[in-house]
Design a protein around this ligand. Structure first.
Ligand SMILES: *[C@@H]1O[C@H](CO)[C@@H](O)[C@H](O)[C@H]1NC(C)=O
Ligand SMILES: *[C@@H]1O[C@H](CO)[C@@H](O)[C@H](O)[C@H]1NC(C)=O
Ligand SMILES: CC(=O)N[C@H]1CO[C@H](CO)[C@@H](O)[C@@H]1O
Length: 471
């Protein structure tokens, strides 16, 4: 019987490919883990008295990474999960008898209302204590109305509440030894446990899939804006190193708050135009199964041009496909998919159209304090990151671990893409022919050319039919 949450957590760990290497190298690892039941939104994190005393007596290091990363979470919920939960964690940390370091994981975009972001905590526009009290008596409608005013120049409740949480950490740190790690857009792993590991659609990952499936054709983004992706294992290694540094420096400086901008743009810049190029070229060589169209995306920073392409290459094909599905008696679904895609795109547009400069002096300092041995084991030096290779592994990781597609399906997927190309050529040819027939074919010469084109077209069609029956 599965009685305890801890058992369930361990089973989940054992089922994940992420931990296969750990299982092989450390078969007894499970004995070292104690999972406890908790709910961030409830009083005292809903921890039982026994669990609280286990934590208070035994914990040396806290990594606080729990948060909601839904960008447009209603403000009340985002405050609960990102700000109030942090306050509760800190309160618990203050009770811990042997705590050496408290690591708060924030985001590089917490202060995206600035162009240059230093490794310091900036005061937020409102006092978080007053905001907590105010939200308490307001109903959801009122909060929703006030939200745009409150978040001001920030694009969403996520970045806003993460900024408040940082300030809360600074205010309520007391005598704790604290470090704040700010990763930018966290992507698939670079090396650990293997290249390209990923298990979710968060951030740009869902957009990559939509592009690979041929559904996403246009997006509002600037080709030259810096795409500040950072591999998840770089973030983890830097976070561990930050904990080590704050812990080992404790004797010299009894109370410190270090901020680390864990970003790549200043050191090894990569741009959205390049992201698009590598995603499309990977998915053309290694297509996703059942693609809707051949992958092809154009980025534009112009709102009107984007709207035009949305109509022509998103809505029109979706409408036609749904019409086709209805005709053959199936449930239409493409328009729904497109609507969902547009929602995800709107949320990301702000980040794909702007560039920021992050100061990363503390991260460089951290790296310079590590021994050569540690630098190898906990590497997070993104100067060595080869973006083309990383993006290919990222896309293949999405295919394998998120969509669960086998590599043995690749030949069929490639054939499917070729078929889509033939369908497009046929479609275009028919269109040209129709236009010719209706508007131009009036003279004898035009008629002669017309018959020539039609016979060519027939030849092409019969070739296409022959090649598809040959399979
Ligand atoms: C996208 O850009 C390519 C060249 O970069 C161009 O050939 C193509 O027509 C464009 N397509 C769209 C949909 O804008
Ligand atoms: C992070 O550290 C692990 C070992 O702790 C190492 O195997 C891995 O290569 C490091 N990640 C990167 C990106 O270098
Ligand atoms: C390597 C790096 O990110 N350097 C940046 C550090 O931050 C300053 C501004 O504070 C930028 O000018 C550097 O490019």
């Amino acid at each position: 019987m599965l009685g305890k949450t801890s058992d369930i957590v361990l089973i989940l760990i054992c089922l994940s490919q992420l931990f296969e290497r750990l299982q092989a190298e450390q078969p007894d690892f499970a004995e070292k883990i104690i999972a406890v039941n908790s709910d961030l939104t409830l009083l005292e994190l809903d921890l039982s008295k026994e669990d609280q005393s286990i934590l208070v007596e035994n914990i040396n290091i806290v990594f606080h990474c729990a948060a909601t990363i839904r960008f447009n979470e209603p403000l009340k919920d985002a405050m609960q999960l990102n700000v109030l939960a942090t306050q509760k964690m800190l309160a618990l940390a203050h009770r811990m008898k042997h705590l050496e370091v408290f690591i708060h994981v924030s985001t590089a975009y917490a202060h995206c209302d600035r162009e240059v972001i230093e490794e310091v905590v900036y005061p937020p526009p409102v006092n978080y204590r007053k905001l907590i009290d105010t939200l308490d008596w307001m109903d959801d409608d009122l909060v929703a109305t006030l939200t745009p005013k409150l978040i001001g120049e920030r694009p969403n409740t996520y970045t806003y509440t993460k900024a408040l949480a940082e300030y809360l950490v600074l205010q309520e740190a007391g005598d704790l030894n604290i470090a704040i790690v700010r990763p930018s857009i966290v992507g698939a792993s670079w090396k650990e446990p293997f290249p390209g590991w990923i298990d979710n659609f968060n951030g740009p990952s869902g957009i990559f899939i939509a592009a690979g499936k041929g559904i996403l054709r246009t997006m509002r983004a600037s080709n030259d804006a810096v795409a500040d992706l950072v591999p998840v294992d770089v973030v983890i290694n830097a976070t561990l190193a930050a904990a080590w540094f704050s812990g080992s420096q404790r004797v010299n400086r009894p109370r410190s708050l270090m901020v680390y901008n864990c970003t790549t743009g200043g050191i090894n810049p990569f741009h959205w135009g390049e992201v698009e190029y590598h995603v499309i070229s990977t998915f053309k060589r290694n297509p996703l199964e059942q693609a809707f169209r051949r992958p092809n995306v154009n980025l534009t920073s112009n709102h009107l041009i984007n709207q035009y392409w949305i109509t022509v290459s998103h809505k029109a094909p979706a409408f036609l496909y749904d019409l086709y599905l209805r005709l053959i008696g199936r449930e239409p679904r493409m328009m729904k998919t497109i609507t969902r895609l547009h929602k995800a795109m709107v949320v990301l547009e702000y980040f794909t159209s702007h560039s920021w400069v992050w100061n990363t002096d503390n991260v460089a300092m951290l790296l310079s304090h590590m021994s050569p041995e540690d630098k190898k084991v906990f590497n997070f030096d993104v100067r060595q990151l080869h973006w083309a290779e990383y993006m290919e592994n990222y896309c293949m990781g999405m295919k394998k671990y998120v969509l669960n597609e086998e590599l043995s399906g690749l030949p069929a997927a490639r054939k499917h893409l070729n078929k889509l190309r033939n369908i497009r050529y046929t479609f275009n040819t028919v269109l040209v022919v129709l236009i010719w027939r209706i508007f131009i074919a009036r003279s004898q010469m035009a008629r002669n050319i017309w018959y020539f084109v039609v016979s060519l077209c027939f030849k092409f069609l019969s070739y296409f039919r022959a090649s598809s029956t040959m399979r």
